[in-house]
Design a protein around this ligand. Sequence first.
Ligand code: MOS
Length: 707
Amino acid sequence: MSETGINEGDSAIEGHRVEGRDKVTGTARYAFEHPVADAVYAYPLQAPIANGQIGALDAAEALAMPGVIAVLWGGNTRPFGGKDFELSLFHRSEVTYRGQLVGAVIADTQENARAAAAAVRVDYTPAEHDVVLRADHPGLYRPEKINPGLPTDTGYGDVAAGLAAPVLAGTGARVDVTYTTPVQHNNPMEPHAAIASWDSASEHGAGTLTIYDSTQGPSADRDTIATVLGLDPGRVRVISPHVGGGFGCKGTTRPHAILAAIAADAVGRPVKVALTRQQMFTLTGHRTPTIQRLQLAADVDGRLTAVAHDVIEHTAVRTEFAEQTAACTRVMYGTRAMRTTHRLARLNVPAPSWMRAPGETPGMYALESAMDELAVALGMDPVELRVVNEPAAEPGTGRESGLPFSSRNLVACLREGADRFGWAGRDPRPGVRRRGRWLAGTGVAASTYPARRRPSTAAVDKLDGEAVDGEYEVRIAAADIGTGARTALGEIAASVLGVDAERVRVILGDSDLPDAPLAGGSMGTASWGSAVAAACEALLKDGAHGTADTTDDVAGDSGWARHSFGAQFAEVLVDPLTGEVRVPRLLGVFAAGRIINPVLARSQFIGGMTMGLSMALFEETAVDAAAGSFVGQDLAQYHIATCADVPSVEAFWIDEDDPHLWPGGGKGIGEIGITGTAAAIGNAVYHATGRRVRDLPITPAKLLAPV
Ligand code: MOS
């Protein structure tokens, strides 16, 4: 096994992105920027109540305002048969969350539409709402499955006996602690936007629909839009060549795209919709808050005798989203007994959705914080505690698989990270190190994320026939959301074709290209790369053209537990007077299979770690129980880490040569970097101060609160 220090090579020169020039010169077009003749603008009307009924709508005043073309609502738009509550716009009489779309104003400019929206009068009959998640919520229920189809509860062994074992033996230790995490929101740089146009607008709904959308997956977006509108998918085309970030919030079709489509149908002209930053907080999903009880027990040598991870989270009234928060615990550590459970409360909130490593991010925060508490209780080094609990096989996926790991290098990551960070000789006593007025501490946590792929198709052509130095064109409905997918896929194609990457052009971001899965679940490169590589192999046999469909290959992905692992080390400084926390240093070492492009990979790891730091210290969407709403819906109040907050984030990796993955050998790198980071920082804050804050984010107020 070789180790690649990304700070040591010169790959920054080789690692440029093929669309880099277009982006920095402003010629790369994002969803809202495509030139479309004769377009008008739609501005959403959102319910100001969290529960109740919609009554009459009076648009007279709005319709008389400058530039206003139409006011759309349930009373004047064509009903369609969509089942998705949030996407089947305007034809629900009930409101189940504050911010629900009830109509839209269409005008000649965005400003005129927005001004007129304030003049539309809508009658509501409000009812009692409930937006606060509590551990004793009377509506808690057990969902049938958790995402993405995993068992809700799992268990093996005698958990009660395992938890009691250290007490009975009079040695070892146990912890029983509860962590809470808040509502969080994706905030990519590019807000969601769409432009919709019908090619025969005079016949309502009869033509074909073209949508420029900010999406993580053109094929899936097309399919969802077609289903919601009751159209054959062949009549919908989604175009999305560049996407300004998306951490899951662009992974499912959002209401703005449906709004653009039905508004364009209604007025017979192309319609543009750009969500404001504030509207994103109700219309583009969020990470569920969690309440997580962790019970761990270990013998005197630190070997786990029981692990119980019981999760409470929320979902929406009409949409179930069951985040897989404890699923990570099923793969992490060997133990004699384990239980994982998930319970949901249906609240008057928009449906939660994906946000970078949904499940693993809050779950690993809780598990890895509890492991640190157990290490403290045992008087054991937290790196060693993790090492002694390294399992021989996957402990319990809920299928009770006991599957062997295709490769697992958590211990190597911990050792390498400890070396690089300078962990050896760490004084475990909390609250005893000063640096000037600051209290100093260090912490460690593990990371994990599944390595999966989905079926994909792809096509490749040699563009100029027999020319030896010809060019190749790869076509696939993949999405480059800022990750560098276009660049990485070109490199994968080039390596199979045996040519320089400069000779391969990758066309993506269009649902008319060969169908492909989402940029999501850290599966993009493996899914698309499998298809691109297979298409290139087919071309080598044919000479000029190749296509591939990896459905059968992917169906054979069984028999191994495939996961990435990592170790994160954090150094913090805490001001004992103000409670301010600084993180002068974060260092991660990851084992994520073969790294396809070091520069792009480094960006993903560092980006994930930065988002984890942001989660630890800043990110929280406050919930207003009285108003039934999320509050602080902008970047002034929803704090996200800035450059000044992350003076040093270093990412390293261990190359894994894992023969049980796809031919390119990568495990996926988009999400592992955020998992575990918040725990490493929380553990360092404890080490610095002796205060264990179990409620994210770790704010000055919580650190200064009387014990
Ligand atoms: Mo990511 S939450 O898989 O887009």
